[in-house]
Ligand binder design. Sequence first.
Ligand SMILES: CC(C)(COP(=O)(O)OP(=O)(O)OC[C@H]1O[C@@H](n2cnc3c(N)ncnc32)[C@H](O)[C@@H]1OP(=O)(O)O)[C@@H](O)C(=O)NCCC(=O)NCCS
Length: 310
Amino acid sequence: MDFLSPLYERARQNPKRIVFAEGTEPRVLEAAAELKKQGLCTPILLENPEAHPKFQAHIQRFQELRGSTVEEATEKMKNPHYFATMLLHEGEADGMIAGPTAPSKERILPALELIKTKIEHHRVSGAMIMILPETVDPDAANGGVLLFADCAVNIEPTVEVLAQIASDTADTASHLGLDPKIALLSFSTAGSTEHPLTKKMRDAADLIKHQRPDLAVEGEMQVDTALMDEVAALKDPGSPIAGHANVLIFPDLEAGNIGYKLVERLAGATVIGPILQGLKKPMNEVSRGSTSQDIFNLAVFTCIQAQLPA
Ligand SMILES: CC(C)(COP(=O)(O)OP(=O)(O)OC[C@H]1O[C@@H](n2cnc3c(N)ncnc32)[C@H](O)[C@@H]1OP(=O)(O)O)[C@@H](O)C(=O)NCCC(=O)NCCS
């Protein structure tokens, strides 16, 4: 199945204004030109914030929003990631792409500080859309599109944060037209190893079941049990999720970030993300290893997020 073409069509139906914080970067320029040519979004390419007509106004606005000194606000507004975030905050763009040359913290922090979360005290997390090639065993591929999280933000999530990550990733999957089946991953399946780390994932699964009875979730579970019918039949027979999972929640950022890169590099998956979940407005970031095609695809998904009701 061609997963990407319907996404392009959705973006094209209502193209949104997407600001690119690194508007002079060659990969960004290439992606933006193609997005514009195909009518998928209206790219806003940020060059030098100091030359922008709203530079002074946004220094003042930043002071109001963050209670900072004029010196600090000026420094922040000189930074293209903060300035692009301010354009998004002020409604001068509908979505934003950060990166790909800045390190992760520089890309994410402005959105956490200015855009903030839809729900107070909710944690923003980063999901990866993993589009698997046809060479992957269909028993493991579970339809060919999987979501992995958190691969980008929360280094050591608590049980509560894991539940938020799972719930938000299920919603992201639904926005993509998938029927989310969530597995909370560990090195143990259904209590096969008793350890505080395996219990943590089991507790997170229980918490989601309590908070979101509408979601299909199980844990803790090993990744082969989550993905493959053959293994599920041995280790977790009768589970409605085991063997069929398409939303994989990793125990921490080390596992999530390593896991998605392994599948991307060794299996040849096409990756869209990280999709930053939980923010009031759509802002996504591209890692330094991204290609112009990665930036293109992420901008398309950002446009789709911007089309969703606030
Ligand atoms: C995301 C990250 C940059 C936040 O940095 P931090 O130093 O923990 O941030 P702070 O604790 O100083 O908090 C700064 C602000 O962000 C908010 N914040 C931090 N993490 C948040 C999260 N996950 N969700 C929502 N808000 C968050 C804080 O509440 C605070 O807001 P406030 O200033 O309005 O009170 C940091 O957790 C990080 O580096 N994560 C790993 C990123 C990474 O390496 N990814 C892998 C490569 S993609």
